[in-house]
Design a protein around this ligand. Structure first.
Ligand code: HEC
Length: 217
């Protein structure tokens, strides 16, 4: 009998201990009642702009490494008014679009442009830029602007810089901006490829090299 009471007492103590540590079901705690491993909330780290003895100059925030170049929209040099033509598509110091692509147009750039166009633009604007991409076919987008004119008369007659800005900022109301998805150089590559699509659209048979003509349907 004595052992039985001792056992009961043990069970009661155990229950009390578990209850004391874990608490009641549904109780809210400000801090975890039991923290076996430190949560990442509490960790050794540098807070910005405070004294810290880790670095020689005694500050937690350090200067950028000398020679660091700003690269992306929002960084210095990409302001549409002050930035370079390559970063903004604008003539610096003006509100004018640059007329022609400010980077060297090479075969490699065009290849890159075709690849990027086929990833980012083709679903809406179509493989040839006629505006008949899959989004139109399935009815997700009723009207997609053609980048080349089906009638063969004229293409979008806007400066290269404006095409760059439309890729970057989108075009209201239906096209979103792709600045976050497509790097600056790739945007120019796409501009070059769009121009190539237009050129191909309006080319005459005489412009096709004789050797290639037979392969045309
Ligand atoms: C989700 C579908 C969609 C994607 C993807 C898309 N566009 Fe567009 N784009 C549109 C639509 C819709 C318009 C017409 C905008 C409007 O007036 O509402 C348009 C308009 C344009 C225009 C202006 C045409 C004009 O006549 O002024 C250009 C240039 C253009 N897009 C280029 C591109 C390029 C280059 C890409 C790839 C980086 C791209 N778009 C990706 C849907 C898209």
């Amino acid at each position: 009998m004595r052992y039985f009471f001792a056992f009961l007492l043990g069970v009661a103590l155990l229950a009390l201990t578990v209850f004391g540590i874990a608490g009641r079901r549904g109780t809210d705690f400000r801090k975890p009642p039991l923290e076996i491993f430190n949560d990442m909330v509490r960790q050794a780290k540098l807070r910005p702009q405070v004294p810290n003895s880790f670095f020689a100059d005694g500050r937690s925030s350090q200067h950028l490494v000398a020679g660091t170049v700003a690269q992306r929209i929002g960084d210095q040099g990409n302001d549409t008014w002050q930035g370079t033509a390559q970063n903004t598509g604008m003539v610096p110091g003006t509100t004018n679009f640059v007329a022609t692509i400010p980077v060297p147009v090479t075969t490699a750039l065009l290849d890159r442009g075709r690849e990027r166009y086929n990833i980012s633009c083709l679903p809406c604007h179509g493989a040839t830029g006629d505006g008949n991409g899959i989004t139109k076919k399935i009815g997700a987008m009723a009207v997609v602007a053609p980048l080349v004119d089906a009638a063969g008369k004229n293409a979008i007659i806007i400066p290269d810089g404006q095409v760059f800005r439309i890729i970057s900022d989108g075009k209201a109301p239906n096209m979103q901006g792709y600045a976050a998805n497509i790097e600056i150089n790739d945007r120019w590559a796409i501009v070059a490829y769009v121009r190539a699509l237009q050129r191909a659209r309006f080319a005459t048979l005489d412009e096709v090299p004789a050797a290639e003509r037979a392969t045309l349907k």
